[in-house]
Design a protein around this ligand. Sequence first.
Ligand SMILES: [Ca+2]
Ligand SMILES: [Ca+2]
Length: 372
Amino acid sequence: MSRLLRPALLVTAVLALLGFGITPSSAATSITVATAIGRQDGSTASVTGYVVGQPTATTTVVRSNFPNDYALALADSASQTSTSSMLYVQIPTAFRASYGLQSNPSLLGKQITVTGTLAAYFSHPGLKNATAFTGGGGTDPGPDPGDYYAGAEGKTGPALKSALHTIISSQTKLSYDQVWDALKVTDQDPSNSSNVIEIYSGRSISKTLNGGDADDWNREHVWAKSHGDFGTATGPGTDVHHLRPEDVTVNSARGNLDFDNGGTSVAQCSGCTADSDSFAPRAAVRGDVARMIFYMAVRYEGDDGFANLELNDSVGNGTAPYIGKVSVLKAWAAADPPDAFEKNRNEVIYSQFQHNRNPFIDHPEWVASIWP
Ligand SMILES: [Ca+2]
Ligand SMILES: [Ca+2]
């Protein structure tokens, strides 16, 4: 990720290491998006807001599959979806590699400050001819009334888990049939829009090869559905935060095994291992798997007609509503932090399908607070 080497971000990272709060240095003199929308008079200003997508037409802002690096939309809330509350920012050539969303999809939801001319862009309130972009370094911008996680601010441990449960339980629920179509978007191969990526094996496979035959891909329940016996009724069994494309044969090999290190190699799944009571995917997705399991344990607390799903430090959990081992999953999450694919997937689920988020992709530090 060459953008991580940019001097501005290095400074941000160093400040973060030193424990400084990250407030853009220009915050004291910058204006809000609402002010900028009301001041389309050709004057120069610095505007601070959250990146909420890429404008592609006057009333269209996309939040995934970004077509290029030419423009972004800012809002005063990271969860804003109304284009009338957005400022469309033209990205000059010099800033596209650092602030274009196709190259930097993880900027979505981040707070940045842009300096330029307040003038219409895409026939919409905008900012053009920018001379500076700062921020977006990946730190929590802190309390904000529009912040998706406002209800969790300042909380730790069981109180944090409870607050997150309330926040993420507000969602759209899919049918098991709708999951097929969702996975074709959420797990699209960034290098080939005709394909999806299989979670454990890492193979790219045609979207149209979904089915039940050997070497097709099907809908893998990362939280094995027998652990709590929730099946495929609308609910945990159709929650795409933990449903992923996987090769039919590999899906069958994983079965309902708990997660742990060790075992022997798994056929058709390079880097995966399994033994009689546990499975480990390839290293590149071990953190992804852990964060999906953490999500499920917080989302499902036994209050909506399904079992209370929880972590424990065992293998061989069978049909009990538990998945282990929590100690191994925590280590996997730490060794494999959220990457661009995983973050984009979270955004797509949030913006296009379920309208809820996986908190542990947005805030990996919350894992240790809830499972110390
Ligand atoms: Ca990963
Ligand atoms: Ca639970």
